[in-house]
Design a protein around this ligand. Structure first.
Ligand SMILES: O=C(O)CCC(=O)C(=O)O
Ligand SMILES: [Fe+2]
Length: 124
């Protein structure tokens, strides 16, 4: 079945914030909700658009702050994860970084240091 047009699922954004996180190979981020955007933005469920570069990471997500109930998805270099609409207030975090999992060209040709870069684009 063809994927639905995302515009029918999530509102579009004009991002005016980019949060940049760099994780060393021992880096972690505890389960949290992203709630620093405006009430209007949160109320409309405007999505967070997350781009991963470098080493792969285990991304946890769930409806509660309970790590044991959270699901996991591995985010690889180049992956874009979008959460918005009914999922805008999910708890999420990073439980581990897989050392040496980045594409070799990133290290060899771009001089990317070991670890993971994450950029999240948001509309305040
Ligand atoms: O590194 C990630 O994939 C998540 C980052 C995050 O949750 C945040 O910046 O609020
Ligand atoms: Fe977050």
């Amino acid at each position: 079945m063809p994927l639905k047009n995302p515009r029918h699922i999530l509102p579009t954004i004009s991002p005016n914030i980019c949060i940049v996180n760099f994780y060393t190979t021992s880096g972690r981020l505890g389960l949290h909700q992203d709630r620093d955007e405006s009430r209007d933005s949160l109320g409309r469920g405007l999505p967070v658009v997350s781009l991963s570069v470098g080493d792969s990471a285990e991304f946890l997500y769930g409806d509660t702050r309970d790590v044991d109930e959270a699901k996991t998805v591995v985010l690889e270099s180049g992956d874009v994860l979008i959460f918005g609409g009914n999922s805008r207030m999910i708890y999420h975090g990073i439980s581990s970084i897989y050392a040496n999992s980045a594409p070799k060209a990133l290290q060899d040709e771009a001089g990317f240091r070991p670890g993971r870069l994450n950029l999240t684009f948001r509309q305040f």
